[in-house]
Design a protein around this ligand. Structure first.
Ligand SMILES: [Zn+2]
Length: 75
């Protein structure tokens, strides 16, 4: 189940949503201001991966795996 992060272009609110289909995605609205003017954040979600075992993982190696399922575990 893909979890995507979105940013509202109207109020800069960030939120995450499970997206079941492209049609559902078009229905998404900002939970704060109800604006439909939102932008999907593709890579920043995983790019924020912090430390695991004391080191900072790189974007490529750190998140190649979680793209297949969910990014929830990589934060
Ligand atoms: Zn908003």
């Amino acid at each position: 189940m893909p979890i995507y992060e979105y940013r509202c272009q109207a109020c800069d609110h960030d939120f995450e949503r499970l997206v079941f289909s492209a049609a559902a995605e078009r229905e998404l609205k900002c939970p704060e201001c109800q604006s439909g003017n939102i932008e999907k954040q593709f890579s920043s979600f995983c790019g924020r991966t912090q430390t695991e075992g004391g080191g900072t993982r790189s974007l490529s190696s750190g998140c190649s795996g979680c793209h297949a399922s969910s990014c929830a575990g990589c934060r």
